[in-house]
Ligand binder design. Structure first.
Ligand code: CA
Length: 229
């Protein structure tokens, strides 16, 4: 039987939680509903979901606090988190992404948009499960064909830049320290100066052309690939 991706829905309003659960079931997912942070932790301890839909406004611990907490735990840090929020303010979206959310969706949202964002989050996090293609905004990377496209135009990337971009695209909207990138992209057994990362990021930006601004420098922290550049 086909694995139906498990979606943990953390939402305190029963009517909304129920509606989301019904839509997820129809969309080919297995929803698990938690009405508060305690129930959410209990679910996470029992079975890890493939995606977490996390309401911002919860009684007790806010969604923002939970996202930050789950990002720090080894067990949960790899699970994509999509924040559900009634707040549309830019500052709030940034706060959500900085807390470790992968994406956010503003209430009220359409079912189709919700399902599409969940599918996109799953694709970004497990490129091997799909067709080896990762997309972020107008950027598309085909891992098996070793090709990268922006707005349909193919870009020429060196092998290191390709590996770097692949890693950043499959872990988008998150800050990566130079040390973490060396470890993940170059491999920890090789001794390379952290400055090398800067050199390849510069080359990557140049190779990306107009999409180069998607690679952001986060002062004192490292680099982030974002679709909202
Ligand atoms: Ca709420």
């Amino acid at each position: 039987m086909k694995h139906l991706p498990r979606v943990l829905v953390v939402e305190d309003e029963p009517a909304i939680a129920e509606l989301i659960a019904v839509n997820l079931t129809h969309g080919g997912f297995t929803p698990v509903v938690a009405y508060d942070s305690v129930a959410a932790e209990r679910e996470l301890n029992a079975t890890l979901p493939d995606v977490i839909l996390l309401d911002w406004m919860l009684p007790g611990q806010s969604g923002l606090t939970l996202a930050r907490h789950w990002r720090k735990q080894a067990r949960t840090q790899g699970i994509p988190i999509i924040m559900l929020t009634a707040r549309g303010d830019e500052a709030d979206k940034v706060a959500g992404l900085d807390a470790g959310a992968d994406d956010y969706i503003t209430k009220p949202f359409s079912t189709q948009e919700l399902l599409a964002r969940i599918r996109a989050a799953l694709r970004r996090h497990s490129p091997a499960a799909g067709n080896d293609c990762v997309t972020l905004g107008e950027l598309m990377l085909d891992a098996s064909a070793h090709r990268v496209f922006h707005q349909g135009q193919e870009l020429k990337l060196g092998p290191t830049e390709f590996k770097l971009l692949h890693h950043l695209m499959t872990h988008a909207e998150r800050v990566h320290s130079r040390a973490a990138l060396l470890d993940q992209v170059w491999g920890s057994q090789v001794f390379i100066e952290e400055r090398t990362v800067d050199v390849h990021v510069k080359r990557l930006r140049e190779a990306l052309g107009a999409a180069g601004t998607m690679v952001q420098t986060v002062r004192g922290a490292g680099y982030r690939l974002t679709r909202s550049a």
